[in-house]
Design a protein around this ligand. Structure first.
Ligand code: ADP
Ligand code: MG
Length: 785
């Protein structure tokens, strides 16, 4: 058996107690549980059995195996108190925690630290999992507070005043957070008056049991939320519930103030310590996992090592050791509660915990009652305030009520006046404020305008907000101006486009007019040419007529010769010749009597001067007969030709005259009109002048249209020449020739007179194609207009 209790547990300021929790369901096999821990009946000693290679023993042999002392090594420890697995919450509180609470009420700093492997009952012992004040599951925290309130109640008399406050914090991953209020990470501070404290940690005044549970619920809920989020944080975080009790006692010799603090610490699972305790590498790892528990071990080690007079204690290595600085070797009455599991599985952890606790026993604390004047500062401050208010009340109470009412009335009146005054002042202020705001705005704009032009050290000018805003403003302005300019330009462009279109239109019209003029001039030239041609043809006719007349004349002479010949030969002048004479006179030949001719023909040649003569006479007579026929026809033709010629001449004359006058005026008018248009176009253009141009153009167009259209449509019918039955080739030839030329001239005339000629059947192919060209050009012009 190993004895580990070197000292008697007589250290009042540092008590170490052990609590063995009952086995859990998972630790019981087949309804049997083999405990490695055994608590002595005096509740001061504890044995832990180190079974050798128990893991190799079959379940059925276990019972026999554990009862054989040769199979185990026994470790024995002595502590201030050892709670066996059947201990109750109440027992634990009464025999251990109550002492700490008493110390606190006496004005000491007290601390209860729950240490142990995860699942050994630290939280259960500290909190208990109940918020019912009557539950026997209640842990140390609610019981302590109940105890404090009971104490206050029992002690409550006018001589002592209490103030109880509570705080609740958590340290996880070296971050302190407030469990009763949302806060950022908190820091630990230290000053001479307050000692070590957590800065900005909320403190809640507690006035009754109901408020205790409220705070506990709030804090635990927060811890649970955090735990869920941080993956079982509760086993890796420390929770510290702090109860502060301030009290001022009035004694005959004067007031005495005391401040007691009770720290109830639920540490993180100690299994980390065992793991880290092993080797260097693991130690490093564990430091990372739970630096604070390692630091606690180191602090305790430093505190318990008897080296030199003043060893260095590494409190500052972690938040928890720093926070518990007073509790560990300082001004505090500390109770160290180590929880262990009795299960074989937890043997290693349990032994380690026990060794740790055993070591802690040697820590020397030097607690003192905190009854320095400043300690009860808050309560004192409150009391002073209350005193002041009380005396004020008393002062007021001395005055008669009526006076008070009067005074109140006066005050009310004054208040009303003040209110009105304030109202008008407020209005005035509002106005001023508005003005001021406006002014400021202006100034700000000015400043930003100026700033935009300045360079700011260490900052690019483009990055300054002033520059940016000025830039944006400028950009907006430019954009706006640009837009306006764009619309203006667009308008201008449109009007130019319109003007251009208008000018183009006029230009086109002028071009058309010019083309029409050219066409007209061409046509006039054509007409002149046609007239010349006609003139030529007329000359030909005249020549032809002359020839005919000459021929007629020679025939006449010949006829006279025949007469003379007949007379000389005493031949009756044939009727034909007589008639011929008449014809001679009348210039008409009419051969009526075929008999006469036959007679003439039957004249024997001998009867004539000579046979030859006779023969020749008969020939002559025959020829004469033919000649007469021809002459007759010629006479007739000639007459017709002459009349026609005369008529043609007249017509040409008339046409010429009319054309001259018509064309003259038309060209003159057209020229005037074009001049006018050009003048209007070159002059300053306005809507009215453009209108005038359009009007003028219309007129010109109409004028030209009239000029082009034929003034007469009167066309004489085709001349038809009666074809003589005579077979004389000469005659036929002549007639044909005359017919041709007449048709030609008539056709020409008709063509000339028709401005929109229709296709003719009797046109010569050359003239036809020419005409067709002309017709086409006129039609084109027409269509263009
Ligand atoms: P820890 O806080 O040390 O991790 P808990 O306080 O959460 O452990 O306890 C773990 C479990 O064991 C809980 O269900 C708890 O109710 C139970 N338990 C611990 N100690 C006791 C005890 N003394 N009596 C009854 N149940 C206990
Ligand atoms: Mg816990």
């Amino acid at each position: 058996m190993k004895q580990n209790n070197g000292q008697t547990p007589n250290n009042e300021n540092l008590r170490v107690v052990i609590r063995v929790r009952p086995p859990m369901a998972r630790e019981i096999r087949d309804g049997k549980f083999i405990s490695t821990v055994q608590v002595a009946p005096d509740n001061l000693q504890l044995c832990i059995f180190d079974y050798h290679a128990i893991e190799l023993v079959p379940d059925e042999d276990l019972e026999q195996y554990v009862s054989n002392p040769s199979n185990y090594t026994l470790h024995q420890f002595t502590f201030d108190y050892v709670y066996d697995q059947d201990s109750t919450q109440e027992q634990v509180y009464n025999t251990t925690a109550a002492l700490s609470v008493d110390s606190t009420l006496q004005g000491y700093n007290s601390t209860i630290i729950a240490y142990g492997q995860t699942g050994t009952g630290k939280t259960y012992t500290m909190h208990g999992f109940s918020f019912n004040p009557n539950s026997d599951q209640l842990g140390i925290i609610p019981r302590s507070l109940h105890n404090i309130f009971n104490h206050i109640q029992m002690k409550s008399n006018s001589s002592t005043t209490f103030m109880v406050r509570a705080s609740y914090l958590q340290i996880y991953n070296e971050n302190i957070s407030d469990l009763l209020r949302d806060s950022a990470s908190l820091n630990i501070r230290e000053d001479k008056k307050r000692g070590v404290f957590v800065e900005n940690l909320s403190e809640w005044a507690v006035r009754g049991p109901a408020e205790i549970y409220q705070l506990m619920r709030k804090g635990n809920a927060k811890r649970v939320t955090a735990s869920t989020r941080m993956n079982d944080t509760s086993s890796r975080s420390h929770a510290v519930f702090i109860i502060t009790v301030e009290q001022i006692e009035e004694k005959p010799e004067g007031k005495s103030a005391k401040v007691g603090k009770l720290n109830l610490v639920d540490l993180a699972g100690s299994e980390r310590v065992r793991v880290t305790g092993a080797t260097g590498q693991r130690l490093e790892e564990s430091k990372k996992i739970n630096q604070s528990l390692s630091a606690l071990g180191n602090v305790i080690a430093a505190l318990t090592e008897n080296r030199g007079s003043k060893p260095h204690i590494p409190y500052r290595d972690s938040k928890i050791t720093r926070l518990l600085e007073d509790s560990l070797g300082g001004n505090c009455k500390t109770t160290f509660m180590a929880m262990i599991s009795p299960a074989i599985d937890a043997f290693g952890e349990s032994l380690s915990t026990l060794k740790f606790a055993n070591r802690a026993k040697t820590i020397k604390n030097t607690p003192i009652v905190n009854q320095d004047g400043d300690q009860g500062a808050l309560l004192r401050k409150y009391q002073q305030e209350i005193q002041k208010l009380k005396s004020e009340l008393e002062e007021r109470s001395k005055q008669p009520l009526e006076n008070l009412v009067n005074e109140l009335e006066k005050e009310k009146q004054k208040a009303l006046e003040d209110k009105q005054e304030a109202q008008s002042a407020y209005e005035q202020r509002s106005k001023d404020l508005f003005k001021e705001t406006e002014l400021r705005k202006q100034l700000e704009e000015k400043i930003s305008a100026l700033n935009s032009q300045m360079l700011v050290g260490g900052q690019k000018i483009e990055e300054t907000p002033q520059f940016q805003s000025a830039l944006e403003k400028q950009q907006r302005l430019i954009r706006q101006q640009y837009q306006e300019k764009l619309t203006e330009l667009e308008k201008e462009r449109q009007s130019i486009e319109e003007d251009k279109a208008q000018t183009d239109k006029y230009k086109q019209l002028l071009l058309k007019q010019r083309d029409i003029m050219i066409a007209l001039t061409n046509r006039l030239n054509d007409r002149d040419e046609t007239i010349l041609q006609l003139q030529e043809e007329l000359d030909v006719y005249e020549k032809l007529q002359k020839e005919n007349e000459d021929q007629l004349h020679s025939q006449q002479i010949r006829l006279e010769q025949f007469e003379e010949l007949f007379l000389e030969n005493k031949i009756d002048i044939p009727l034909v010749l007589q008639n011929q004479k008449q014809f001679n006179k009348e210039k008409v030949v009419d051969i009526q009597n075929d008999l006469q001719i036959q007679k003439l023909e039957s004249i024997p040649v001998q009867t004539l001067h000579t046979n030859q003569q006779v023969q020749s006479d008969a020939l002559i007579s025959y020829e004469l007969k033919n000649q007469i026929e021809i002459n007759k026809q010629i006479q007739f033709d000639l007459k017709l030709t002459r009349t026609e010629l005369e008529r043609s001449k007249n017509e040409i004359e008339q046409l010429k005259k009319k054309q001259n006058t018509e064309q003259g005026t038309l060209i003159e008018n057209a020229r005037k009109s074009v001049d006018k248009i050009l003048e209007l176009l070159t002059s300053e253009q306005s809507e009215q002048s453009l209108g005038n141009v359009a009007k003028e153009l219309n007129q010109l167009q109409r004028m030209l249209k009239q000029g082009i259209q034929p003034s007469r449509t009167h066309v004489k019918g085709q001349y038809s020449f009666s074809k003589s039955t005579s077979d004389s080739p000469n005659k036929i030839m002549l007639i044909n020739k005359q017919n041709d030329s007449m048709a030609k001239s008539t056709g020409q005339l008709v063509k000339l007179m028709q401005m929109k000629p229709q296709p003719k059947q009797n046109q010569s192919p050359v003239l036809g194609s020419k005409l067709k060209q002309k017709q086409k050009s006129v039609e084109d012009l027409w269509n263009q207009i």
